[in-house]
Design a protein around this ligand. Structure first.
Ligand SMILES: [Zn+2]
Length: 242
């Protein structure tokens, strides 16, 4: 008669399995600690503009489109003062999301824009433009000259073109940067050169990509020879950064 094999109560606990489980637990603890120190990579951490852009930033920015309350909460959490404006406009130029912020060093000052554009500008300025200016010119940016945000028009003013992101104030055109020491860096005048100013403009363009849905520069086409177009639209050129 065959002897029945006796079940060993702790057979599962082989050395290899125990080591594997302990490794997994250690990795999970280390990963959690790392995400706590790097919230820009943590998809569950609320977006704070004082953190640099990270792996999770694009997804969080996308989630702000159309969610005005959540977007306002990001600005408040990040210490950026702003004034919300009442909805206005109609049809393609309806603007349910409007604000101005004197905290942004723009000239002309405090243009109206959507909240995601303001969020993108803060991210770009703090983690892109200002560090790049310090590196290239040893001076911070005092103001950014722009050509406008809201303009109820179609793209390139063409009658059959899709509506521009400017039609809802969801875009801004950047023409020049003025340093605290007075030097001016102009997209029109300095982009074609090969010097420090031209390098700064290209680096500033690239630094805008994680903070916006689309970034169009003189490299994109001749219509952008004198400005960088930054927008948070979803209906065209999403992901374009050129
Ligand atoms: Zn534009």
């Amino acid at each position: 008669m065959a002897r029945r094999k006796r079940a060993r109560p702790f057979a599962w606990f082989t050395t290899g399995r125990v080591v594997a489980v302990l490794l997994c637990v250690a990795l999970a603890i280390a990963g959690r600690a790392w995400l706590a120190e790097n919230p820009q990579h943590n998809p569950w951490a609320p977006l704070d503009l004082r953190d640099p852009p990270g792996w999770a930033t694009g997804t969080k920015l996308g989630g702000l489109r159309g969610d005005v309350a959540a977007c306002h909460a990001v600005l408040e959490r990040s210490g950026i003062a702003f004034t919300a404006l009442p909805p206005t406009g109609e049809a393609a130029c309806a603007r349910p999301d409007r604000l101005t912020s004197a905290a942004l060093p723009l000239a002309p000052a405090a243009p109206e824009m959507t909240c995601p554009v303001a969020v993108g500008l803060v991210l770009w300025l703090e983690h892109g433009v200002q560090p790049l200016a310090m590196e290239a010119f040893d001076s911070r940016i005092a103001r950014i000259e722009h050509l406008g945000t809201y303009n109820c028009r179609r793209m390139y003013n063409a009658p059959d073109a899709p509506w521009s992101e400017h039609a809802t104030g969801n875009a801004i055109d950047i023409a020049a940067f003025v340093l605290e020491d007075g030097r001016r860096i102009s997209v029109l005048e300095d982009w074609p050169d090969e010097g420090e100013k031209a390098r700064f403009l290209r680096d500033a363009r690239d630094a805008a990509c994680p903070a916006f849905g689309a970034v169009l520069s003189p490299d994109y086409n001749a219509a952008h020879a004198d400005h960088l177009h930054l927008d948070h639209g979803r209906n065209r050129a999403i992901g374009t950064c050129r």
